[in-house]
Design a binder for this molecule. Structure first.
Ligand SMILES: Cc1ncc(COP(=O)(O)O)c(C=O)c1O
Length: 391
């Protein structure tokens, strides 16, 4: 009946999952939980220089509307230098601003795909992609990331998932939640597939430890069309300011055509507010102390998890970057039993692996954004639960 009124692609199953139900019941009963799932950087006690951020946003140039599909030159120039200091070379004509990376995904799906087409995405990865794809009328086909103590992208496995409808391949580096980064050999082999590479690099400023041969950006390759995503939400821990961008690279004729088409699409929305564009050069500087504190927290939390899990039945999977870590739990109970037990018996909220399509036994994903003392208490409770259960 509703199908006569609404599109199939706007339908989602809105029933709460069992974890959401049990959590709501605990909260209603006034029971406190240690929350290891917070992914919003603005609510975890990080220091922000609000005077500088406020002053940047109050720039009088923000009062005049001067719509430009690619975004203001002052903002794009600031991105060129910010990326430049990280070794990513691009000219400002190859940058397009959007209000978020999620919006950028939507634009790129529309650029590359017709309804019914397919895009290859890593598994495990970030669940929002599924919604964005459905809303664009396309399908995601996953390719597995392989774990053998370190995460790998096996291009043969990617190639096997390709069909006549495949229009692009997504890489997320560092990936959410595995924290794995793309290696230079992996990128080179992927480029040989000849598919456009949609490279989500939003966590690129948060590398945890060194890895030989890691690439900072897929824009390093120029044999295929590359669309690289970054933005303020992770880079500066400022998701509420709604500014992200797409860098376009690859063969000249494809770049020219992609930019021409993106210009029309971006012009139809003009979704980025002027004050944040004008403020960008100063926002990038004003966030230095936030990012430094955040990097220190990620490092401390990872070290805490590593030390706590050593010699126990809970394994911390290898992390190379990003804001999350994955714990492999002893296979003495199902993942739902573990996650619900941790919540109800131990008062610890973790994300289940199924949320990200992990498929190798019970896992819990924890946020490295968590304040240090909270994370230390949370992992202590997880380990004591594993011990009590005989894992
Ligand atoms: C890998 C990844 N890409 C993109 C996003 C979305 O970022 P934005 O706030 O710019 O839409 C997220 C959000 O968590 C993410 O984890």
């Amino acid at each position: 009946m509703l199908g006569c009124v609404f599109s199939a692609r706007s339908f989602t199953d809105r029933r709460p999952n069992i974890l959401a139900e049990r959590l709501a019941a605990m909260r209603a009963a006034g029971r406190a939980t240690i929350d290891l799932t917070v992914s919003n950087p603005t609510v975890v006690g990080l220091p922000y220089d609000w005077n500088a951020i406020g002053a940047a946003l109050a720039d009088a140039r923000g009062a005049t509307y001067d719509p430009q599909p690619f975004g203001a030159t002052v903002a794009r120039d600031a991105i060129v230098s910010a990326w430049g200091t990280q070794g990513i070379e691009i000219s400002s004509e190859r940058l397009l601003l959007t209000a978020s990376t999620s919006e950028a995904y939507g634009l790129l799906f529309q650029l590359l795909c017709d309804p019914g087409d397919e895009v290859l995405v890593p598994r495990p990865s970030y669940p929002l992609l599924e919604h964005l794809a459905r809303l664009s009328g396309i399908s995601l086909v996953d390719y597995p990331l392989v774990y053998d103590g370190v995460w790998h992208l096996d291009v043969d496995l990617v190639a096997r998932r390709r069909t006549a409808h495949t229009r692009a391949v997504v890489v997320v580096s560092p990936n959410n939640p595995t924290g794995s980064c793309l290696g230079r050999n992996e990128l080179g082999a992927l480029a040989q597939l000849g598919l456009p590479i949609l490279s989500d690099e939003v966590f690129g400023s948060y590398q945890l430890g060194e890895r030989e041969g890691r690439v900072r950006s897929a824009l390093e390759v120029d044999s295929t069309l590359v669309l690289a995503l970054d933005g303020l939400s992770k880079r500066c821990a400022l998701p509420q300011l709604k500014l992200a961008w797409i860098g376009v690279g690859g063969p000249e004729h494809l770049v020219t055509e992609a930019l021409a088409r993106l210009e029309i699409a971006a012009d139809a929305y003009l979704s980025v507010a002027t004050p944040v564009q004008v403020a960008l050069p100063k926002l990038l500087l004003a966030s230095d102390q936030t990012v430094a504190a955040l990097r220190a927290r990620l490092g401390t939390n990872l070290a805490t998890l590593r030390a706590a899990c050593a010699g126990t039945s809970v394994t911390l999977l290898h992390v190379e970057g990003g804001w999350a870590a994955t714990l492999r739990l002893p296979a003495i109970a199902s993942e739902d039993d573990w996650i619900l037990g941790l919540l109800e018996a131990d008062g610890v909220l973790c994300q289940p692996g199924w949320f990200y399509d992990f498929d190798f036994g019970p896992c819990a994903v924890v946020s490295l954004l968590t304040p240090e003392a909270t994370l230390a208490e949370g992992i202590a409770r997880i380990l004591s639960s594993a011990h009590r259960r005989g894992g």
